[in-house]
Design a protein around this ligand. Structure first.
Ligand code: FRU
Length: 508
């Protein structure tokens, strides 16, 4: 019974752990922290691409945080990723200086760091993925010079001072204009990558410099802000921006509808970033600097690009829908798995309970059979005893009375035998033998032993005497001999023989 109980518990534990595993899918091996400096559509696109690629590669989990253009916030984000024990960090640094120390701390803890889009003033990183911003600035300058081939003036609204793309785009732009002496750069101002700031700085620039023929804004958002200011001032320069994001209200559409003269594609490259991170985590060889490509989008290619992007987006949406369906199927599959395991548990339990019931039934049947046999034996003994006592109490009243009295009087004497009985009865041994045989159909010896045993049975049932005490009280020389005679006569052990005997031993 104990074994069955242990087995049941083992099975239940096994099944419970199976259920636990089925309900709790394995945690991914790698946790990657993504620290974005800003929160805008360009970043969202990059995050979406990263999430998709991570899902495609599998076995990795991404956590995104945005510092809202604040280096102190970003340092705190990086520190909390370090505390969470991420396996790798992806960082788009807000400024070249502001987050260097936090990145260093991560590397000191052995966390690999992949820089994306923006750079740091240090080589303390594992890989970089981004576009050549000098090239972007240079291409913008060349395009401006070509647009203003007869000469003209330009204003530059730069990204956040201190961030690497702003510095590099400015350098590239200025270098390109060196080859166009008839194009004059009137002013460069910090637009902090924001629409509102660009609008404000353009507004104030227009108070101090003449209206430009062209504005180069370091991103499309700022170009839109600057354009609001120029429109207010009643001037309509041409605008060149950067990013050329697809979708409603973004760069490509702004070029198509003429808001912008041109925009330079600033690749988000989320898929490439995750591939690099994956290689680092799997200790595979990695290209330290991965450069993403750029291209100019203007009226010559904007429509085609928009169409192609729309088609890609359409296909992406379908893939996304398929993914959702796969997720639903997987969820259903895992539910069915749980149901299956639960059904097996129930079946196993039913089988165990059934087994226990069957076992109890058979034990019961066996016990009943044994009890019936015992009852039968006891009845036979009782009948024999009745017969014996009838014989003893039979015809010759005087003789049997005396015989009973003598036997009872010497019951406790182990040495009281046929010799002594004959003497007490005043007859010879053979005369006694014949008389007893006649009356009881047994020898005098058997008669004495039957009388002793009968008395012993009475004492055992009616008194608290131990087997040993009873055996001595009825003239047996040892309890074991008494037990042997008792067993032979009654077909069972003297009542409680073993238990009392053990008690006796315990006392000793
Ligand atoms: C997005 C963004 C882009 C810009 C890039 C430079 O956060 O402001 O518009 O091209 O960052 O890092």
């Amino acid at each position: 019974m104990k074994n069955i109980l242990c087995l049941t518990i083992d099975i239940l534990l096994l099944v419970a752990s199976g259920l636990f595993v089925a309900c709790n899918p394995r945690k991914p091996s790698f946790h990657i922290g993504v620290s974005q400096c800003s929160d805008d559509e360009w970043r969202h696109k990059m995050n979406r691409e990263m999430a998709r690629e991570a899902a495609f590669i599998g076995d990795m989990e991404l956590t995104f945080r945005s510092a809202e253009d604040r280096s102190d916030h970003q340092s705190a984000d990086i520190d909390s990723f370090i505390n969470e024990g991420v396996d790798l960090l992806i960082v788009a640094p807000n400024e070249t200086e502001g987050v260097t120390a936090a990145v260093k701390r991560a590397r000191e803890k052995g966390i690999p760091v992949v820089l994306v889009d923006r750079k740091l003033n240090t080589d303390d990183y594992d890989a970089y993925v981004g576009t050549d911003n000098y090239d972007i600035g240079y291409k913008a300058g060349t395009y401006a010079a070509a647009t203003l081939k007869d000469g003209g003036s330009v204003v530059e609204i730069g990204g956040l001072t201190g961030s690497s793309p702003a510095t590099e785009r400015h350098k590239g732009f200025v270098d390109a204009l060196k080859d166009a002496p008839n194009v004059k750069l009137l002013a460069s101002a910090d637009g902090e990558w924001r629409l509102a700031t660009a609008e404000k700085v353009m507004d104030s620039l227009l108070q101090t410099v003449p209206a430009p023929d062209l504005v180069f804004a370091h991103n499309d958002r700022m170009a839109v802000g600057a354009r609001r200011a120029t429109s207010r001032h009643g001037v309509a320069p041409l605008f060149i921006g950067v990013d050329a994001l697809p979708g409603k209200g973004h760069g490509v559409e702004l070029v198509t509808n003429g808001t912008l003269e041109a925009s330079l594609i600033y690749s988000t490259g989320g898929d490439r970033i995750i591939q690099v991170a994956d290689s680092i985590l799997k200790k595979l060889p990695v290209q330290r600097n991965s450069l993403l490509s750029t291209a100019i989008v203007d009226s010559t290619n904007a429509r085609i690009l928009a169409m192609q992007v729309a088609q890609i987006e359409d296909e992406e949406a379908k893939i996304e829908a398929l993914n959702d369906r796969i997720d639903t199927f997987l969820l259903r599959y895992s539910h069915q798995k749980i149901m299956l395991i639960a059904s097996i548990v129930i079946l196993v339990l039913i089988a165990i309970v059934f087994g226990l019931i069957l076992r109890a039934y058979w034990t019961n049947v066996r016990t009943n059979r044994q009890l019936a046999q015992q009852k039968h034996k006891l009845e036979a003994q009782r009948n024999q005893l009745i017969l014996l006592s009838k014989q003893i109490n039979g015809t010759d009243d005087g003789f049997t009375d005396k015989l009973r009295k003598v036997v009872n009087a010497h019951m406790a004497e182990p040495n009281f035998g046929v010799e002594e009985l004959a003497l007490e009865m005043g007859m010879g041994r053979s005369q006694l033998f014949r008389k007893v045989k006649n009356l009881c159909d047994c020898s005098p010896n058997e008669l004495i032993r039957a009388a002793r045993l009968k008395r012993a049975a009475e004492l055992l049932t009616s008194t608290d005497k131990t087997v040993a005490e009873v055996s001595f009280a009825t003239g047996f020389s040892s309890p074991s001999y008494f037990a042997k005679c008792y067993r032979e006569y009654f077909g069972c052990n003297p009542k409680g023989f073993l238990k009392k005997d053990e008690k006796e031993k315990g006392k000793e």
